[in-house]
Design a protein around this ligand. Structure first.
Ligand code: FAD
Ligand code: NAI
Length: 501
């Protein structure tokens, strides 16, 4: 009936208007909250009941440490964060930044703004931890603003969380540090961008028959793990989707090569997804050199071994992504303890306590080595969440122990001892819940190995790319990051990537 249709139309209009209003209200509220943090409880040496407030020092501002900070009740401790990087970096979108798919500022969040939103005051030092003394319970830190000796400070701690991450490994292959770029931090992404854009412009000044032009336009990525694959995919996208419009002839001469020592790339993924990714790379004209181990690097050439043959590959830009190695501060901590005898990272127990300093040090994320826990953001994030709940329980234990000291009679001691034991038994081992793995493989396609209950499900293609985008949007640290990343994707689809340096 026409009257019925009219009614339906009216309700649809009202609900659409309602949704827009609710959406606008939600966005305004989120923006207001992010801009205007609530007042914080100040730090103090003692609590209102006279018990001492312990000092918790957190090293690092990455996935593990920031997840801890966001989930921790910071009113329970005097919290001190030490990190040379004054921001959190959303690493999953870092491979999109050198070619300008995502702006660098969109994936960082200042430590100060994260710390300011915590319920209790947090002290932040933009400094590097040089050494930890687990016996004296001190951390030696050096402020970044000054390289002088007097910029070194000793911090006392009651509890310490080591979340310093890892550094790129080169396996001691000669010439890598001097000639290659890594893709781990913001300055790395900036360096790669400058090298790529400069090489393109430099090559454009040379004649097409000049072999130097060919070398400059050969971009080599070493390491077929997710970092290398995602970056190679982004680079090829830039060439196919943007450079081909502005420099059509030259864009055809560009060559992206991915070198991997093992028979396949992306070895952490299901076999079907590996095949899908390798097929797509071939279609995209990314040259895949598997079973090829790089042995030496000079400023213009890499030497690689494939079976019995040795090949020289000239390159213009070399990006090195062959995994992680412990940082200096982790190595120095390991050298202080006999129990720390692994070269892969700090050894911890199933409660993330550092072996050899179980009563006062926890270690989380990429700086650790524990069988079954891989160096991923997912693991570090869950470890940070777990540790926040452990530290809440630890506070209770400390309070009961303090009460015991205040009332040293048998009845009170027994009462609080029972309470301590109850809380201690409540501190369960860390249990990692694997949600799956995602990777962007170029041409607006992604692969996903998803965990649903006990089973794993595989998905690949354009729909998976949309899922990849929404998953990463949801994982962004702040509403501001989410908005900026979404705007970057829109900007690229309207105007393409910016190729200025
Ligand atoms: P980090 O996040 O590296 O943080 C370490 C922190 O310690 C930094 O703030 C650093 O400045 C600080 N620090 C360093 N030295 C010192 C010192 N001496 N004293 C004090 N602080 C120090 N994982 C996923 O699960 N999914 C992904 O999609 C994904 N994508 C990635 C893409 C790239 C390009 C890279 C490089 C990694 C990716 N990862 C991904 C892995 C993930 O980023 C790491 O596993 C994660 O960052 C580990 O967290 P973390 O807190 O241990 O270390
Ligand atoms: P990786 O350790 O995952 O892969 C490094 C690759 O380099 C390996 O396949 C190795 O065989 C190869 N390699 C080592 N030496 C070589 C040589 N001399 N020549 C040629 N190839 C060589 O390292 P990556 O990609 O840096 O990742 C580090 C961590 O971050 C991993 O745990 C990874 O899972 C995680 N990560 C996860 C992402 C995701 O889930 N999308 C994205 C990026 C990183």
């Amino acid at each position: 009936k026409p009257s019925m249709l009219k009614k339906i139309g009216k309700y649809t209009l009202y609900s659409a208007l309602g949704s827009v209003l609710a959406g606008t209200g939600y966005v305004s509220y989120k923006l207001y909250k992010e801009k205007n943090p609530s007042p914080q409880q100040p730090q103090s040496p003692i609590f209102d009941n006279g018990s001492p407030r312990k000092t918790l020092v957190i090293l690092g501002s990455g996935w593990g440490s920031i997840s801890l900070l966001k989930n921790l009740d910071t009113t329970l401790y005097n919290v001190v964060v030490v990190s040379p990087r004054n921001y959190f970096l959303f690493t999953p979108l870092l491979p999109s930044t050198p070619v300008g798919t995502i702006e660098l500022k969109s994936i960082v969040e200042p430590v100060r703004s994260i710390a300011r939103r915590a319920p209790g005051e947090v002290t932040y030092y933009e400094a590097e931890a040089l050494d930890v003394d687990p016996v004296e319970k001190t951390v030696k830190i050096r402020s970044l603003s000054s390289k002088e000796e007097d910029a070194v400070l000793n911090l006392n701690y009651d509890y310490l969380v080591v979340g310093v991450g890892a550094q790129p490994t080169t396996f001691g292959i000669p010439g890598v540090f001097e000639n290659a770029s890594f893709l781990k931090e913001i300055p790395d992404a900036q360096e790669i961008r400058v090298k790529v854009m400069n090489n393109i412009e430099k090559a454009a000044t040379l004649s097409p028959s000049d072999p130097e032009r060919k070398r400059l336009l050969n971009f080599v990525v070493v390491g077929g793990g997710p970092t290398g694959v995602e970056f190679a995919a982004e680079l090829q996208d830039y060439i196919d989707q943007d450079l081909s419009k502005w420099m059509p002839a030259l864009s055809k001469e560009l060559n992206v090569t991915l070198v991997e020592a093992l028979p396949n790339i992306l070895n952490m993924f299901d076999k079907s997804l590996i095949e899908y990714a390798e097929d797509l790379f071939r279609q995209e004209k990314i040259e895949l050199k598997t079973n090829t181990m790089v042995k030496n690097v000079t400023p213009t050439t890499i030497t690689a071994k494939c079976g019995d043959t040795t090949e020289d590959i000239p390159y213009g830009v070399l990006v090195w992504a062959t995994g992680n190695a412990p940082r200096e501060v982790s190595k120095s901590l390991m050298s202080r303890m006999e129990t720390q005898n692994s070269r892969r990272g700090l050894l911890i127990n199933d409660k993330l306590q550092l072996l050899g300093a179980e009563d006062s040090i926890w270690a989380i994320g990429d700086c650790t080595f524990y069988p079954g826990l891989f160096p991923t953001a997912q693991v570090a994030h869950q470890e940070g969440e777990y540790l926040a709940s452990v530290l809440k329980k630890q506070y209770k234990i400390d309070q009961y122990k303090w009460h015991m000291l205040q009332n040293p009679n048998v009845a009170e001691t027994n009462k609080y001892q029972t309470k301590v034991e109850k809380v201690q038994s409540n501190i369960k081992a860390f249990k990692y819940s694997h949600q799956g793995a995602l990777a962007y493989i170029g041409s607006e396609k992604a692969i996903a190995d998803l965990a649903v209950g006990e089973s794993m499900y595989q998905s690949a293609g354009s729909f998976t790319f949309l899922f990849w985008k929404s998953a990463y949007l949801a994982m962004c640290l702040s509403f501001r990051n989410r908005l900026l990343v979404a705007m970057d994707w829109c900007k690229v689809s309207f105007f393409g990537r910016d190729s200025s340096v």
